[in-house]
Design a protein around this ligand. Sequence first.
Ligand code: AQP
Length: 329
Amino acid sequence: MSQETTPRQRAFSGIQPSGLPHIGNYLGAIRNYVALQDSYDAIYCIVDYHALTSTHDPELIRRNTFEMAVGLLALGLDPERCTLFVQSDRPEHTELAWLLSTVTPVSWVERTPSFKEKKRSQPDDVNHALLTYPVLQTADIVIYKATAVPVGKDQAAHLELAREITRAFNARYGDVFPEPAAVFTDSPIILGTDGTNKMSKSLGNTIEVFGEPDEIRRQVMSMVTDTRRILRTDPGRPEICNVCQMHRFFGDDFETIWEGERTARTGCVDTKKLLAERIIDSFAAARERRDELTAQPERVRQVLGDGAARLAPIARGTLAEVRARMGLD
Ligand code: AQP
């Protein structure tokens, strides 16, 4: 008897090769990349074109791209269960971005929070690609007609814009693209060690996933806790303490830890020390896998090359469909 199977939905997400992953990337997005591998046709992309908006050092781009691939594989992406590739290996993305830009009003990209933020953070390098970044991001997703996009909450505005651009294209040229939707983890925004801003490389408030144990200890010990807890004997407020919040993701006894804080049985230093050791332990196996993969660059390059090759027919097929709809056939 033949068994009817419904095709799996497609998931797509991109990550910038702008340095090593931090706990915010992991808890906010990479954890979901790994989880979605079995229930979705999952495609993950190291977005080097995007990284060029802020990094102009060719050697750094090369090294970071390789290191991000190694990091993602070490953290659980399995080339047998997902497709991992490098954005610039599929140049169809940029052609589609151009075509989509013709239905995207300038005012839509000018208002994106990330553009405003980048104008502030790199005032001497407000390049044109920073403005059009969300259009390329839309192309990355819709070229594979992905419907699910695992990302952190900081990407919500970009996703909303991707939906608007998709609707604008479909309204003018007919239904080509499904509307993509964000898929968040239960920790869609992880705060940095400063306890107020989102954890972010450019803010220097990160805890590294692959940091050396002493580096992780230093980063965790620098975390801002409950600022109203001055004396060791003051009761803590775990609900607003970033260290306590992070304990929710490293171990299954966070309620006991919170109770210790509330009753001042434990102090902030104890709670931080425990968190640091748990973070170190929980990524120990991934760190080992990373060392193994780093020693096999050809194997990593093969995974990325295979991924890009596997996607060629889909990317070319969508582009041909779009070109025909727009009168370019
Ligand atoms: N703090 C965070 N909490 C939850 N999710 C986060 N993500 C990033 N920071 C947090 C998610 O990680 C994925 C990859 O993001 P990216 O490629 O945009 O990485 P990023 O923006 O380079 O990370 P940074 O540290 O924030 O870099 P800068 O400082 O250069 O902007 C995305 O899904 C993102 O939502």
